[in-house]
Design a protein around this ligand. Structure first.
Ligand SMILES: [Zn+2]
Length: 92
């Protein structure tokens, strides 16, 4: 059983959750990653996402080496840990 407290795309704490196309809130993805039923940056690769998340953490005051450490397992999150893009395989 897993409860998601972190966004399953960028790994940062989930605030309100992004929105589905019908306006409901996602419990898996944050507002920055997911909006209106789609990923806001569908072109992002997991390695690029790691950079972005580390930069965001760094901007919040974490040393860069620590920020990079914190995002090291980002590729295991739901968005990246599937053989097909989630949006095409099942509802998230
Ligand atoms: Zn996110």
């Amino acid at each position: 059983m897993s409860t998601h407290n972190d966004c399953q795309s960028c790994g940062l704490p989930l605030d309100k959750g992004g929105t589905y196309s019908d306006g409901r809130r996602s419990h898996s993805y944050c507002t920055r990653c997911y909006s209106g039923g789609r990923f806001t940056r569908p072109e992002l690769t997991v390695s690029r996402m790691k950079e972005l998340s580390a930069e965001r953490l760094h901007a919040r005051g974490y040393p860069l080496f620590l920020a990079r450490f914190m995002v090291r397992n980002l590729h295991k999150l739901e968005r990246w840990n599937v053989s097909r893009p989630l949006a095409q395989s099942r509802r998230i």
